[in-house]
Design a protein around this ligand. Structure first.
Ligand code: ASP
Length: 572
């Protein structure tokens, strides 16, 4: 033991103490972990008595000698050694904390968020911030090595109607006018390409005023990147490189080449534009073999698709009812579930035996690659709805069968997204990615006739069924950008007043360019093995968008309102 016998001084917080009569042990916590400090009644009664009087979370400076522990604790970073104390200085006292500051705590979420600075003292939480730091640092190492320049873009910008809802900030100096906080630095990074920066990145806060879902925060961080003189393939290779670098440097995992899958293929085979490829269970289309046999549900359906759940033929009635209930939940929206058990004896038993002969059911099984012991699950209905529903069922089966192992990572690129999608509510086309995304050149003639059929040079990086990042090759030509706005229902004037600054810039030698942005919080959560991005943000907001520690948002004074020229009108 190299350190044994050395004299040391440690500073930290008292996590807990144990009093065993002749001996007192203190667990002293600092950023490296926990060190056990020993006091002996026999050798130093005064010091031991002093130690016994200390409370939880007192801030201490302890001097002593390092000794090897007789009962080593491999769970602790500093678990091999202990300190025999010679003196204690109390640097500060502490009130009794509102919850136990240990890995296992009795504090509920709300309380821990109110006292987030105490929650962060727990190693189980602070280690997430250290992981985040490491990922940020390694991102910079990689991008710097590839010749990228980190450039800051403004936070007070202009509100635009595309995308999510903006957070706005009233301007005092220009009363009645508002800034918006950026949903992303998209237009600025494109202008940096026009400016000749060629390779830009930024670890940047973005703001979106959306209703919060479990894994969303109103402010979040992106690794935002843009490159000039690139084709889609160059961007994919560059950022596949970034992902591989992070896997290697942070998790010590060598990733294989990321497969590419078109949006159409992803939807056809997995019903999802972010398929979880940790397991197979691909969709099989059954229209041609199940229609026309008198089973109305299938006969009337636009699409009939199924998956084969390996080894599930033994599922009980109760388990199958659960699956039926699962797909009928309003969020999933299927009207029912047809299943067929391929029994070990070779017999296939289905819920629709009335309509199909055993031979026909064998054909189903063959088409679906099912083997004795497998369970066939089939949904029917309107194409998009039913694909989405079967995708949920597939993921549910993956979870039930333990096929979604957190320690296994499968990444892919999904490419060729549609350029626009129809918005029924607004009765107009919406950009699927954003309005600056370039259509595939060969699809440009379709822009007038059939915008819905136009494919974009847009791509997402997906890891384990989670969209980690996405981007596109951009439009860099004023006419085409104008055409795009026209398809999206902007008048010429609207396009000019909202995005004139970008379109005008395109008239001064804009290089071809493209890029990508990654959801950094989500990526950290994934590497940390968690579903919650909140655990990887030092001071996150709760589900209602509140910071309960500082109590924001909050009222502002009459005087501030007056200065801003804002009058609050109470809703009736
Ligand atoms: N700005 C885009 C986003 O926030 C990403 C990109 O196209 O680079 O999704």
């Amino acid at each position: 033991m190299a350190d044994a016998g050395t004299n040391v001084t440690l500073c930290g917080w008292l996590q807990r103490s144990r009093d065993l009569g002749g001996m007192t042990f203190l667990d002293l916590r600092d950023k490296y972990g926990i060190t056990q400090v020993v006091f002996n009644m026999e050798s130093n009664a005064a010091l031991c008595t002093q130690a016994r009087a200390l409370g939880r979370e007192f801030v201490l400076q302890i001097t002593g000698t390092v000794a090897e522990r007789s009962n080593k604790n491999p769970k602790m970073l500093t678990g091999d050694v202990e300190i025999t104390a010679q003196s204690i200085t109390v640097l500060n006292e502490s009130k009794i904390p509102p919850f136990t500051i240990e890995d296992e705590t009795d504090g509920g979420e709300e309380l821990r968020m109110k006292y987030r600075y105490l929650d962060l003292r727990r190693n189980i939480v602070s280690k997430n911030l250290r992981l985040r730091h490491k990922m940020a640092q390694q991102t910079r190492v990689y991008l710097d090595g590839e010749g990228f320049t980190e450039i800051e873009t403004p936070v007070l910008i202009k509100s635009t109607p595309e995308g999510a809802r903006d957070f706005v900030v009233p301007s005092r100096m220009n009363q009645g006018e508002f800034y918006a906080l950026p949903q992303s630095p998209q237009t600025f990074k494109q202008l940096l390409m026009v400016a000749g920066m060629e390779r830009y990145y930024q670890m940047v806060k973005c703001f979106r005023d959306e209703d919060l879902r479990a894994d969303r925060q109103p402010e979040f961080t992106q690794i935002d990147c843009e490159m000039s003189f690139v084709r889609q393939e160059d961007v994919l290779n560059m950022f596949e490189g970034l992902a591989k670098h992070l896997f290697k440097s942070v998790l010590n995992i060598e990733m294989n080449e990321f497969p590419r899958m078109t949006f159409d293929e992803a939807m056809r085979l997995y019903g999802n534009d972010k398929p979880d490829l940790r397991f197979e269970m691909k969709f099989t289309e059954l229209n041609s073999i199940v229609k026309g046999c008198g089973f109305k549900v299938f006969d009337d359906a636009e699409l009939i698709i199924g998956i084969t759940a390996p080894g599930c033929a033994e599922y009980t009635r109760k388990q199958l009812d659960e699956l039926t209930e699962f797909v009928k939940r309003p969020q999933i929206g299927a009207s029912g579930l047809v299943y067929a058990k391929y029994q070990q004896d070779g017999h296939i038993k289905s819920t629709v035996d009335k309509f199909y002969t055993p031979e026909q059911l064998k054909v189903w099984a063959e088409t679906m690659n099912a083997k004795p012991g497998d369970l066939i699950l089939i949904l029917a209905g309107e194409k998009n709805k039913i694909r989405k529903a079967l995708s949920e069922l597939r993921l549910e089966m993956g979870t039930r069968l333990g096929l979604r192992d957190r320690n296994k990572y499968i990444a892919l690129w999904v490419t060729d997204f549609p350029l626009v999608e129809w918005n029924e509510e607004g009765k107009r086309w919406h950009a699927m990615h954003h309005p600056f995304t370039s259509p595939k050149p060969e699809d440009v003639p379709l822009l007038d006739k059939d915008p819905g059929a136009v494919r974009a040079n847009a791509y997402d990086m997906v890891i384990n069924g989670v969209e980690i990042g996405g981007g596109s090759i951009r439009i860099h030509n004023k006419e085409l950008q104008g055409k795009m706005f026209e398809v999206l229902g902007f008048t010429k004037e609207q396009a000019q007043s909202q995005f004139g600054f970008l379109m005008n810039a395109f008239e001064y030698g804009a290089p071809p360019h493209g890029g990508v942005a990654f959801g950094f919080d989500r990526w950290c959560a994934m590497f940390g093995g968690s579903d919650s991005i909140r655990d990887y943000i030092a001071f996150p907001k709760n589900n209602s968008g509140r910071d309960v520690m500082i109590d924001a948002p909050s009222d502002i004074s009459e005087e501030q309102l007056k200065e801003l020229g804002i009058r609050i009108v109470q809703p009736e």
